[in-house]
Design a protein. Structure first.
Length: 247
């Protein structure tokens, strides 16, 4: 069994320091790895990245993250990534990493993702150059996730994104902003591989549970949704589906 702790949208700055750390220090009792689904910072500054590294770095379990839209706000995402890597946090953007846990190989493929909408209400690669660029970004990012998922041979495979791959976990958000919260291309990428679990954030007023068209369980782990330092999910357990095992 592999236990995966996950959270997103923690928006760490100086004012948040110390809020998550007590629960994070207890992680080894509950989980084998921590995945963070983007929006690590409030405005994407290097100073905030250092705060996140102080709060989430140096844990007794591996920490793997993707960036979110907030982490791009100040156009310092490269430096933000460097700060996180220097603190021992793995940051994925179109890559995959493999961990050996309890005799099993866990693969995590990550990408920030992008918007675009979902079947029946999505943007199309047609018309003005601005629209083509928007949808083109969605397609490129989703293809990178697909390639990352297919690049590893593991016992359990997890997709980690910031934007949502399905509309199910957006329930509670205004329908008008669905195209800015996720896209169907991410779900298609996830279904292209034997993915066991997909985790995302971004939708603060969404719902926790959903599934891709291919049946992969999707969990929205945005902090405002799960309302705790992290949720823990089991993989390679005797349960038919994923089970919430720690609160």
């Amino acid at each position: 069994m592999i236990r995966i702790a996950a959270v997103g949208d923690v928006h760490v700055d100086e004012d948040v320091l110390g809020r998550f750390r007590p629960a994070l220090d207890e992680l080894p009792e509950h989980a084998d790895v921590l995945l963070v689904a983007g929006d690590l910072t409030r405005h994407g500054t290097v100073e905030e990245a250092r705060c996140f590294a102080q709060e989430f770095g140096g844990l007794a379990v591996p920490v793997i993250a993707v960036l979110g839209n907030h982490d791009h706000q100040s156009d310092q995402q490269s430096r933000v990534t460097e700060v996180l890597i220097e603190s021992g946090i793995t940051v994925l953007e179109g890559e995959a990493t493999v961990l050996e846990l309890h005799g099993h190989r866990l693969g995590v493929a990550g990408v920030k993702g992008f918007g675009g909408g979902f079947a029946g209400a999505c943007a199309s690669n047609f018309g003005e150059r601005e629209m083509k660029d928007f949808v083109g970004t969605t397609e490129v990012v989703s293809h990178r996730l697909e390639e990352a998922l297919s690049s590893v041979q593991v016992d359990a495979l997890v997709a980690l994104t910031h934007y949502s791959p399905v509309p199910d976990t957006l329930l509670g958000e205004p329908l008008e902003i669905y195209p800015f919260l996720g896209c169907y291309q991410l779900g298609r990428a996830i279904d292209s591989a034997p993915t066991a679990l997909a985790l995302h954030g971004h939708a603060h007023h969404g719902s926790e549970r959903g599934r891709t068209p291919g049946g992969v369980p999707v969990r929205n782990v945005a902090h405002p949704v799960i309302k705790q330092a992290y949720n823990v999910y089991q993989l390679l357990s005797e349960d038919v589906d994923l089970q919430l095992v720690a609160t």
